[in-house]
Every structure is written in structure tokens, then in C-alpha cells.
Design a protein around this ligand. Structure first.
Ligand code: GDP
Length: 356
């Protein structure tokens, strides 16, 4: 008998990679798409999914998800992956709705009498830990609450722990550090960089404007991280895990690597908001339309954050020790994959522009 999984936010980056992984493992996968004012469908436009016989989509309006008990009764999932994380979306007025995502789902499981059948994974992020600049985060972290997002995530985190301890449910939190891919939303810096630079090589944009180039992040590939989400639910004993590579790079380094993949050697000149990325050499025909001396990266003060976490550092050693998990994709390979995908899109857009 195939296992049945339910994934919320299936149209997001993680949902789509996780669906791919589980379908390959022989699961029947049900995905929830929650309609929002702005939907990211880019990561999820592949016919391969929609036509897969073991894949079903359920549409909900925002807020309706609390009525998911009926769906649970129908599909009786072995595993639920709640990826509907609040990241940059919670405000104090939406908090009552977003801070109880885990509670709704765990209660729905209990109300259907599935508490000893259904295993529950809850997606968290370092937002949970608040503004802890430079601190190395492991599962023993103490939280502080500087934003509505953090409040919402902390509420969900402890609800999961509470249901695990009180009702003996198999429920765990994954604290996932930044994980990227060609399916990453462009509001995140990595995708903004690969897309912007690819567009510049094709003459679609002139300059990439960024904020804090010194910010340090731990970037992994989303495809590697969803494997860890699955592994967490295969454990006999439910526990929480930090998922990260343990290695940090600056935004400036990410820009430099992405530019190199596009045949551009960059030199950074100036300091602070005056800093610029200037082309020092063209090293491949991909960048043939550009010339040495062109300024293609600049700082825009509007992209600087008033409350910035400029250094994020994670300690994923528990995941390595207990689950044997290690990221398979290096930062360089991640950059190459993202750049190639955005270059193909930029070339298509440039051709369309040419033909009017
Ligand atoms: P976050 O770690 O969830 O905030 O992921 P982001 O990709 O949004 O930001 C990562 C880091 O890049 C943060 O320290 C940002 O301040 C920094 N950064 C620098 N320039 C930009 C920019 O133009 N856009 C975004 N999103 N982040 C930027």
C-alpha cells in the first residue's frame, strides 16, 4: 500500500521539490494550494506534476485551511508537511490567523482520531530565533521576539512540542536556514542576483541594485533540504532539527560567483552605499554584449533593512549525527543551476523583445 502525504503550500519552492521526492518514493501526494493576493506559481508549472496519477491538488482560500478536518478524514494521510511558513508576511493584524497554523492542523489530526497514525512536520526558519546577530543556532536556541513573524513561528514551534509531549503525537519542527533554487521567489536576494545578472548579459537591465553586500548567510539547495524534512518523519522518535550547511558566504561573494558563471569578473570599488561592482574582465562569450568598466552592481539604500540580521550562522551537526544528513549541493553548484535557469529565461525574453 502506498503511503499518503499531504503537503500544504504545494505551489511554493519547497512544496514542489518535496512533492517530486515523495512521488519518486511511491507516495500518493495531496497538495494544498492556498489562494493569496500574490501567488507564486512559477515553481509549479510543470505538467509532469499535474498529470501524475498519484498527485492531487486541493484549493483553499486563505483562512479556510482550518476546515481541513474533512480533507484529513477523506485521505487519512500518513504524513503531513505543513510548509505554510510565515516569512515576511505576518503583521500584528494577521497574527491571530498565522500564529496558529500548527494548532489548526494538529487539532484537525486529533479531531479525526488520526493522532497515532499521522506524522506531522512543521516548517520553521531562523526568524524564530529573532535578531540574534552572529549567534550560532542549534536546537537548544532560546528565542526572542522582535517581529510578528517571530511571534507566529514561536507560537507554532511550541504548539508542535506541546502536542508531541501532551498527546504523544509524532510531530516535529524543522528549523531550515536559507535554502534556494531556480524556483526561489525573487524577493529573496539569491534569485534577485541570478535573475538580475542574467538579464544584464542579455541587455534587459543595466544594473543590479542591492542592499547590504556584507550580509552573511548560510545558503543551501532546497532540493537537499526537503530530503531532510522527509527523513525527520521517518525517525522512530520525533525530534526537532536545524537544517543548514554550516558554511556562510556574503551577499558580495554570491554576486561574484554568479557573475563568474556568466563570464564576468567583477571588481568591487567604494564603500558603504557608494560601493559598486565594476566589470574587470569579460571571460566568456556569454557576456560579450558588456564591456570592461561597466558598473553592473550598485547599492540602493532602499534595499537596506532597518533591523538587519547581518550574520546568520547555524549548527546543523545534530542532523548529521542522528540522521546522517549532509547537503549534497555546494554553493557553487547551486549558483550554476540558478544562473543557467535565469539565463535561459532572459534569452527567451530578449528574443521576444527583439521580435517586438
Ligand atoms: P532572509 O535571510 O530570509 O532575510 O533572506 P533574503 O534573501 O531576503 O536576505 C538575505 C540577506 O541579503 C539579508 O541580510 C539582506 O539584507 C541581504 N540583502 C542585500 N541586498 C538585498 C536585496 O536587494 N534584497 C534582499 N531580499 N536581501 C538583500
Amino acid at each position: 500500500m502506498s503511503k499518503v502525504a499531504l503537503i500544504t503550500d504545494i505551489s511554493g519552492q519547497d512544496g514542489s521539490y518535496l512533492a517530486e521526492l515523495l512521488l519518486k518514493k511511491g507516495y500518493i501526494v495531496h497538495g494544498i494550494i492556498q489562494h493569496r493576493p500574490v501567488m507564486n506559481t512559477e515553481s509549479f508549472n510543470d505538467d509532469e506534476y499535474f498529470n501524475h496519477p498519484d498527485f492531487r491538488i486541493h484549493h483553499y482560500n486563505q483562512g479556510e485551511i482550518s476546515n481541513s478536518g474533512g480533507l484529513l478524514a477523506l485521505i487519512r494521510p500518513d504524513e503531513i508537511y505543513n510548509l505554510d511558513i510565515t516569512s515576511g508576511t505576518a503583521t500584528h493584524s494577521t497574527l491571530p490567523a498565522v500564529g496558529i497554523s500548527a494548532l489548526r492542523m494538529l487539532e484537525a489530526i486529533r479531531s479525526q482520531g488520526l493522532e497515532h497514525k499521522t506524522r506531522y512536520y512543521h516548517a520553521s526558519s531562523p526568524t524564530l530565533c529573532g535578531l540574534v546577530d552572529g549567534m550560532s543556532i542549534n536546537e537548544m536556541v532560546t528565542f526572542n521576539v522582535p517581529s510578528a513573524d517571530a511571534v507566529a513561528q514561536i507560537s507554532d514551534f511550541w504548539t508542535v512540542v506541546n502536542y508531541r509531549e501532551t498527546f504523544g503525537m509524532h510531530a516535529c519542527n524543522g528549523i531550515l536556514f536559507n535554502h534556494e533554487s531556480p524556483r526561489r521567489n525573487e524577493r529573496f536576494v539569491t534569485r534577485k542576483i541570478t535573475r538580475g545578472l542574467a538579464n544584464i548579459t542579455q541587455g534587459l537591465e543595466k544594473c543590479l541594485y542591492l542592499g547590504n553586500l556584507n550580509a552573511l548567510r548560510d545558503w543551501g539547495h532546497a532540493r537537499d533540504y526537503v530530503k531532510m524534512q522527509w527523513l525527520m518523519l521517518q525517525q522512530d522518535k520525533p525530534e526537532d532539527f536545524v537544517i543548514a550547511t554550516g558554511v556562510q558566504f556574503t551577499v558580495r561573494q554570491f554576486v561574484t560567483f554568479a557573475a563568474l558563471e556568466l563570464g564576468i569578473k567583477l571588481r568591487f570599488v567604494g564603500k558603504g552605499i557608494e560601493e559598486k561592482g565594476v566589470i574587470a574582465a569579460i571571460i566568456s562569450p556569454l557576456a560579450a554584449a558588456l564591456k570592461v568598466g561597466d558598473v553592473i552592481v550598485a547599492v540602493d539604500p532602499r534595499c537596506l533593512r532597518p533591523a538587519e540580521v547581518s550574520k546568520v550562522s547555524a549548527n546543523p551537526s545534530k542532523a548529521r549525527r542522528q540522521l546522517g544528513w549532509a547537503p549534497e549541493t555546494s554553493l557553487q553548484d547551486l549558483v550554476i543551476e540558478m544562473v543557467l535557469a535565469d539565463l535561459a529565461t532572459a534569452k527567451r525574453a530578449a528574443r521576444l523583445k527583439l521580435y517586438g
